[in-house]
Write a protein that binds this ligand. Structure first.
Ligand code: ADP
Ligand code: MG
Length: 466
């Protein structure tokens, strides 16, 4: 259980690391000291041995023995046959083994020799130096000096304490770090997890109270943002569902009411009957349109809005839609002007772009009073094809302008409904244009008119295609 705690894990890892480092240090330092001992002592013993060899030629054996009793170096002198002539006092000599003998033999042959390791002669591990007495051809024996390795151990013991101290310090540091980490990271992370869990249960009320510009603080901020976004999404989803239900209920109640009147034979005149049938017909068309629009949006939400791109001539799309809408405009005595400049073919879905233009021109007709004017233009702007639909209509109040792309958003509910609007048209326009990698934009002045600008990239785009 406790091992599951992040701070404890990191703390243990640091402690483990400290331990490994300490052990490695211990071994390396021991090795280093030992090497230094062998190198340094080897040189010293050779020099010392040469001095003794000189003294011995002058008969200073006593002097040498005295010198050796005051240092940790042991001394043995051998004759030409290898037998021991004299040794340091209180030295318990053993039987020389093969390596002792070979070292001594080398010296007797006139050459100084060093040997490190265990020596049977001195009964200890250390370094041994054998130096010839006399010069080549007239060798009279050899001086054998030995310094035990033990003195390194003594020096090393002092260092051991130091290392132990460092190790203990390291563990204390690790403990301190564990506490700091646990406060700085593990604690906040636990709090983040708790908040995230509440969010997944649909409760967005609790906020993460972690700030600061380190990673944990950033994560806290991100989670707060996420909570705010989710909450917004949740609210707008509920709102949308309520709005859709309302939108569906209105035409349904008309249809049910008037069909009931007709079924019960309550109509007075054929004219009245015809009126009721027309209402039923209009409302069912309205329902159909609403359902189609909702379906398009649902497809787009599911990432399945199909955009089938083919090389198309955009002016063909413009002319065909304007021709189709002209009748509706003329019924309201609204004049439609078209201006088109030459454009290369672009890769786009002509049916979807027709849907865009139908929606825009339909809005322009709907929100422009009789005897108004609508202008549809198509021009090339560097890498973009730009379509503008301008009208001389009622315009959109500035406060509503940013919202017209929202689903079911209508500036004036009753006016739009009379005209057959659902408030879904512009959100579909936006989805389709953006699926083409393009942009939409609206400018408007109340009682002056509205201009919607659509830009489609000439050379396709990397935008995801549903
Ligand atoms: N050309 C325009 N002139 C004035 N208002 C417009 C125009 N186009 C859109 N609007 C406003 O934007 C709202 C959203 O438009 P849209 O999504 O097409 O829905 P609707 O079904 O109401 O036409 C409309 O209800 C209307 O208030
Ligand atoms: Mg519309």
């Amino acid at each position: 259980m406790i091992r599951k705690n992040l701070a404890v894990r990191i703390g243990l890892a640091i402690m483990g690391l400290m331990l490994v480092v300490s052990i490695v240090q211990y071994i390396a330092l021991g090795q280093l000291l030992r090497n230094a001992f062998y190198q340094q002592s080897g040189l010293e013993l050779i020099v010392q041995g040469q001095q003794y060899a000189n003294m011995s030629s002058m008969g200073g054996t006593m002097m040498m023995q005295m010198l050796c009793t005051t240092s940790d170096t042991s001394l043995v002198m051998v004759g030409t046959d290898g037998n021991i002539i004299t040794a340091s006092p209180s030295l318990h000599l053993g039987k020389p083994d093969a390596s002792d003998s070979s070292t001594i033999r080398t010296a007797l042959s006139g050459q100084s020799e060093l040997h490190g390791g265990y020596s049977s002669l001195f009964g200890n591990s250390g370094i041994m130096a054998a130096v010839p007495i006399g010069s080549t051809g007239k060798i009279t024996g050899a001086v054998v000096l030995f310094r035990p390795e033990g003195i390194v151990e003594t020096a090393f013991h002092h260092v051991e304490w130091l290392l132990l101290l460092v190790g203990v310090g390291g563990i204390l540091v690790a403990l301190g770090l564990t506490v700091i980490l646990s406060n700085r990271i593990a604690g906040p992370l636990r709090q983040l997890a708790a908040v995230a869990r509440e969010m997944s249960r649909g409760d967005y009320s609790s906020k993460v109270e972690i700030t600061g510009d380190d990673e944990v603080g950033k994560l806290g901020e991100a989670i707060n943002e996420l909570a705010a976004n989710l909450q917004h999404l949740e609210t707008s989803r509920k709102q949308f569902l309520a709005d859709v239900s309302h939108e569906l209920r209105t035409p349904m109640s008309y249809i049910r009411g008037y069909s009931q009147v007709l079924a019960e034979g309550l109509v007075q005149s054929p004219k009245e009957k015809e009126d009721y049938l027309r209402i039923i017909h209009d409302e069912s068309i309205r329902l159909e349109g609403l359902i189609n629009d909702l379906f398009t949006l649902a497809q787009s939400d599911a990432g399945m809005l199909k955009i089938v791109k083919q090389p198309i001539q955009l002016e063909d799309v413009v002319y065909s839609v304007v021709d189709r809408m002209r009748k509706k405009a003329e019924d309201k005595e609204i004049e439609i002007q078209v201006s088109v400049s030459p454009l290369p073919r672009i890769d786009a879905d002509s049916a979807r772009l027709e849907q865009v233009l139908v929606n825009l021109i339909d809005n322009a007709i709907r929100y422009t009073p009789p005897r108004g004017r609508i202008e549809v233009s198509l021009i090339r702007l560097a890498d973009w094809a730009e379509v503008k639909v301008s009208d001389t209509g009622v315009g959109i109040p500035a406060k509503d302008l940013p919202h017209i792309w929202d689903r079911l958003y209508r500036v004036e509910k009753s006016r739009s409904r009379v005209g057959g609007g659902t408030g879904l048209g512009l959100s579909i326009v936006k989805q389709i244009v953006e699926a083409h990698g393009g942009t939409v934009q609206a400018e408007s002045a109340e009682n002056v008119g509205t201009t919607i600008t659509v830009r489609i990239p000439l050379h396709g785009s990397d935008a995801p295609q549903g």
